[in-house]
Ligand binder design. Structure first.
Ligand SMILES: *Cc1c(COP(=O)(O)O)cnc(C)c1O
Length: 400
């Protein structure tokens, strides 16, 4: 197909040309005396993105899922209880991994489209007088439903109940796009991957670990771990090396994407995501008269919108039509919401005009599939919203 594919799945995201160019490198000796510069630079600059001075950043050659596993196996023991709310495919998969690794999983079942149920976390923690729960797991941004949860509030109930469990946060589709505060929220392990807000290809598991979590690894935690052992990584990273061959081009890409984030300014990056999401939501509500999967406004994600298709319409057909006819990649409805939603990712290296193409393509595909819509209705609503909210726009990514 001629022209570029419109890539609007919520990860992998569009890669700035600067980042693409930075990764065209020859392989080099990762044991050379020059190599540590690159490692130490990336690990140090990443701390700013996690908003930590006390945490330790790690880069594993994996995707985000590998860092889920690293958090569990480094810090916990067989039979330990973890507390997790399940409200979408990613929180479901993480809970499933816990079970498969031999943990006791206490699940707070929620409707898909809800966010982390803060009061139910409080009740579960307050009821756990013997402190059997060793880790509290929260999915900051549930990518399947376009729902952002209040991690600060979960930490607050942990403080109020005096519960000593570790706090693990999946920020795979929020870090570097939606505000995240490792130190302020006293997060023990934060997990992300390279292919979402960090605007890189998939292939790096990016994680940040608190001193308390490292203490758990050094202490009695007994789940088997080897490739993902924090301590092996730490011992080599301290001198700027890795315990095995690192994903070299991705490290150069990361260096460049961190520079782009720094140039725009992290707070501006968050504002831009909120602003772009505002236009997409205007298209959904005012333009198309449709609703989002997110059940409350405060849960609406600034990185991905899951749009509920009218009853009688198959969301999978809309996505298929968009791809085949318009070369537009939209996110599928996963598992429980398969066929009921399609998703537009609006994270990473993204701006108004890119999103107008996604909205224009989505509405053509919906009309083709029988949805009663005026052509241009969503596009016009987004245009109006962005023009009316110019003050919220803060420049563009440096993705030239
Ligand atoms: C994408 C995603 C994952 C999975 O990450 P991979 O990099 O594909 O392993 C986990 N959690 C959330 C919230 C995600 O969006």
């Amino acid at each position: 197909m001629a022209g570029r594919n419109g890539l609007f799945v919520p990860g992998p995201t569009n890669i700035p040309d600067r980042v693409l160019r930075s990764m065209v490198v020859s392989m080099e000796d990762h044991r050379s005396p020059r190599f540590p510069q690159l490692t130490l630079h990336c690990l140090r600059e990443l701390k700013k993105v996690f908003k930590t001075t006390t945490g330790t950043t790690f880069l594993f050659p994996s995707s985000g899922t590998g860092c889920w596993e690293a958090a569990l196996t480094n810090c916990l023991s067989s039979g330990d209880t973890v507390l997790i709310a399940r409200f979408g495919q990613f929180s479901h998969l993480w809970a499933d991994m816990c079970r498969r690794l031999g943990l006791e999983v206490q699940i707070l079942e929620c409707e898909w489209g809800e966010g982390a149920p803060v009061e139910r976390y409080r009740d579960a923690l307050a009821a756990d007088r013997g402190h059997r729960i060793k880790a509290v797991l929260v999915t900051h941004n549930e990518t399947a439903t376009g729902v952002t949860s209040d991690v600060a509030a979960i930490r607050q109930v942990m403080r109020e109940t005096g519960h000593p469990a570790l706090l693990f946060v999946d920020a795979v589709s929020s870090l570097a796009s939606i505000d995240f505060r490792m130190d302020e929220w006293e997060v023990d392990v934060c997990i992300t991957g390279s292919q979402k807000g960090l605007m890189l290809p998939a292939g790096l598991g990016v994680t940040c670990v608190s001193e308390k979590a490292l203490q758990a690894r050094r202490g009695t935690a007994n789940l088997p771990r080897c490739y993902f052992d924090y301590l092996d990584m730490l011992a080599q990273n301290e001198n700027g090396y890795f315990p095995y061959t690192p994903a070299l081009p991705l490290l150069y890409g990361l260096k460049e994407s961190l520079a782009i984030l720094e140039e725009e300014g992290l707070e501006n990056v968050f504002r831009r995501h909120a602003y772009l999401a505002g236009g997409v939501r205007a298209a959904v509500h005012a333009g198309w008269n449709l609703s989002l999967c997110a059940k409350r406004p405060e849960w609406q994600s600034d990185t991905v919108s899951a749009i509920v298709v009218p009853s009688g319409i198959d969301g999978a057909k809309v996505i298929d039509r968009a791809f085949r006819r318009y070369n537009l990649s939209l996110g599928a409805g996963l598992s429980k919401v398969a066929g009921r939603v399609f998703r537009i990712g609006h994270l990473g290296d993204c701006n108004e005009l890119m999103l107008l193409s996604a909205l224009g393509g989505a509405e053509m595909a919906m009309i083709d599939c029988g949805v009663a819509l005026e052509p241009g209705s969503g596009v016009a609503a987004a245009q109006r919203w962005w023009r009316a909210n110019e003050s919220a726009a803060t420049g563009t990514t440096g993705g030239m």
